[in-house]
Ligand binder design. Sequence first.
Ligand code: F0G
Length: 506
Amino acid sequence: MEPPKKQSQTKPISVSAAGLIVYNYRPGQERPITSYVIGRYTCGLGPRDRATIYNTRYENMIDTAFQKCINPDCGAEFDCGQALFKCPSCGELLDIRYDWDKIYVPSKLSEFARRWATRENRLDFSGVWRFRELLDFCEDDYKVSIGEGQTILQQNDAVAKYVDMKPGCLFLQYEGLNPSGSFKDNGMTAAFSHAKMVGATSSACASTGNTSASVALYAHSCGVKCTVFIGSGRIAFGKLSQSMDYGAQTIQILGDFDDCMRQVQDVCSKLGLYLLNSLNPFRLEGQKAIMYRIIEGLGWDVPDWIVVPGGNLGNSSAFGKAFSELKQLGLIDRIPRMAIINAAGADTLTDLVNNKKLSWNDSKIDRAIIDEYYADLTARNFSPHTCASAIEISRPVNLKKCLRAIDICAGVVRAVTDKEIIDAKAIIGKYGLGCEPASAATIAGLKHLRAEGVIGGDERVACVLTGHPLKDPNVTVNYHKEKQGEFSNPPIEAPNDLDAIIKLIQ
Ligand code: F0G
């Protein structure tokens, strides 16, 4: 099933005064002429919207993908040789788009199964790159992989019972089995491949912990420097230990994740660092693979529902895009519905969608609703709080893409309390392979949706468990030792005496 060799991009047609190499990217197409720079160059835009453009080995670029602004009034397009993160014209989010007629895409998803037989090839082994035709934005030589995506889709009847679902209907997708212990590796393998493609040497991210761990791991594996910004006192110890251990420069800011997110964007613009947050559209391309693997785990069939925790809303955005593309390509015949679960202490999406009635609205999002909402958060000096620190975010950067995903997947949004999260987490630990608190929001949310009758007991549901249980041992230990819930399983103190110990066990 190997695709035919890619065509190289058109040669440069002129060099501008500022050292810009100007291409006619694809002669005869509508896309405007786009540009590259020799060395590193920062465009003269406002600080938030600046684009860092790197020296690109343009002769190796492929012409199957491009970047496109999601704002329909703008719709600007850019080649993939630029590290932009926001549209330089209007400041909106960017998507990666493909010229599918130029890509060899298998006629059936099940054809990807053949790559299992050739997994000595590092790209066929990767749980992301073995679907590489579905994220075809760079040459294989640039692709970075550390063996991400060897994850499990587990059917779990005991957890199904907890949420009142029929046996055989509930599936748990364990993304904690990735090399850095969270789903982030799916995105980082793609983003670092792009970073290599554009010749980036230094990178940065803001993080509630898992992004920083994953960035640190990939950066050191492919020789890119990295700085991670974390909120002071807001990060689980397992995650903090990883970024330090993997050699990242770790900066703790006196503030929350939203403060870190603002700072990192400005720092990246000013210093020309490659930004690895989910604003980076290449990262989301990698995260689409989580859905491909769920489909694979179901024998190349789609579930009825995907349930995912909502933080910065990168996953939900990526999943919606994945399904929309698969449908467009005729690789699936229906799109599953999606439930996005917030923590009650960080419920911006839930509030905006369910109470303020914010929607994609055929891409004409009512920005006034968002602006008013954020102005109110600022006026109240609001800082989100939840034990699920991974999703302790009140200004999700992918909000608009997520609204699109909700539209694509007929999505619903719910918020769950910390108590519901830690109880669900204990159930996933007791009957499954465990997960960190944010991941357990899925099961807590599913319980709500079952009680409401939104999800049927016999529908097939796949919950994305985004992070490993050892990421946040404090929440787990406190739950059990301090008997915080009905599933607490505290250690029993025993005297150092054989008979007494045996008596306890019997
Ligand atoms: N689950 C876990 C374990 C996470 O680490 C995150 C996000 C999410 C869910 C939310 O995913 O942003 O795609 O909606 N963690 C980021 C970080 C923000 O910095 O590690 P999302």
